[in-house]
Write a protein that binds this ligand. Structure first.
Ligand code: UDP
Ligand code: MG
Length: 313
């Protein structure tokens, strides 16, 4: 098997057969073997039924059927794990990422032995300016504080060589932020621009709030810099307090001025209380993740893994 296409699917009943046909069309005439590894991420619609229908076709099809929705990150992990190809492409089911580009990626890897991964990044974003602004801020922030490099606009749409896939699979952490993991494992990645198509059918599963949570996940997974906030703030507050103490003592001794009390006290209590709660919250985020990770729960649970007749040999 030369190539595995890993396809996470969550409520994509109308798209999976379109995707299958698109792959068949774009890959017609290639002189290598390829398989489709669909991961049904606990879809609530007829996705699983549609996928089972695809098993009757003449392409090798595998279905990893999750017991519930575990999220795209878990779906990608499962797909990589079940893939058999020397090259593995992660691609969305909604045809926003053309299968023909995956073919280009394969050709690039064939032509350039120095690269272990070809990754697509969005050239022109069909997104609101506000979202683009926040995404930019996020990338600036995380690149500043994390040792891992995050490329702006890089997507999960990538083709890896097998050794890189094995490296990624070694990282079985529960909180997965794949863009970071892909970069953390090293290897040589070539970034190519691509234009995102409109979704074939259905809607995106990403809301602004979900994206925000995902961004936080990335920060907590790849840098401990927020923990330093409390140290820095504690230091700064202590310094200011000492200066203020000197001011108050001098005022009292030299000029006999009484310090006005109420407002200052209330503001200081609220300010310090706020800072402390904020810092405890940040520490809590890390402790919570440590707690969940130590339980060692699996990244996903598959009800079953189905392989079609093409695998019987
Ligand atoms: N997806 C998934 N599990 C989820 C959410 C999404 O497997 O919980 C899949 C989805 O079916 C699609 C891909 O991940 O194939 C990208 O999702 P979507 O199109 O919603 O994201 P966008 O393209 O808007 O970034
Ligand atoms: Mg999409």
């Amino acid at each position: 098997m030369k190539l595995s296409l890993v396809v996470p699917c969550y409520n994509e009943e109308k798209n999976v057969s379109l995707f299958y046909e698109a792959v068949k069309k774009d890959f017609s005439g290639v002189d290598f073997e390829y398989e489709l590894v669909f991961v049904n991420d606990g879809s609530r619609d007829g996705t699983f039924k549609e996928l089972q229908k695809l098993c009757g076709g003449d392409l090798p099809v595998k279905i990893v059927n999750f017991s519930r929705n575990f999220g795209k990150e878990s779906a990608m992990y499962a797909g990589l794990k079940e893939s058999e190809g020397d090259y593995v492409t992660v691609i969305d089911a909604d045809l926003q990422q053309r299968p023909s580009i995956a073919l280009d990626m394969v050709n690039m890897l064939d032509a350039e032995p120095d690269y272990d991964c070809i990754a697509a990044y969005q050239d022109e974003r069909k997104e609101s300016e506000l979202l683009v602004f926040f995404k930019k801020r996020f990338y600036n922030l995380i690149n500043k504080f994390s040792d891992t490099e995050f490329v702006q606009g890089a997507s999960d749409f990538r083709t890896f060589r097998r050794p890189m896939v094995e490296a990624i699979l070694q990282m079985d952490e529960y909180f997965r932020f794949s863009k970071g993991l892909f970069s953390w494992v090293g290897y040589n990645t070539k970034f190519i621009p691509y234009e995102v198509e409109e979704r074939a059918t259905g809607t995106s599963k990403w809301s602004f709030w979900k994206l925000f949570k995902y961004a936080m996940e990335g920060i907590f997974a790849f840098t401990t810099a927020p923990l330093r906030i409390s140290t820095v703030m504690g230091f700064v507050t202590a310094l200011i307090s000492v200066i203020y103490l000197i001011v108050v003592v001098v005022q009292k001794l030299a000029f006999g001025i009484d310090v006005p009390g109420y407002a200052t006290t209330v503001v200081l209590i609220l300010l310090l209380g706020g800072i402390q709660l904020c810092c405890i919250g940040i520490i809590g985020e890390y402790i919570a993740r440590t707690y969940i990770q130590t339980k060692g729960r699996p990244i996903y649970i598959a009800k079953n893994v189905i392989k079609n007749h093409k695998y019987e040999k």
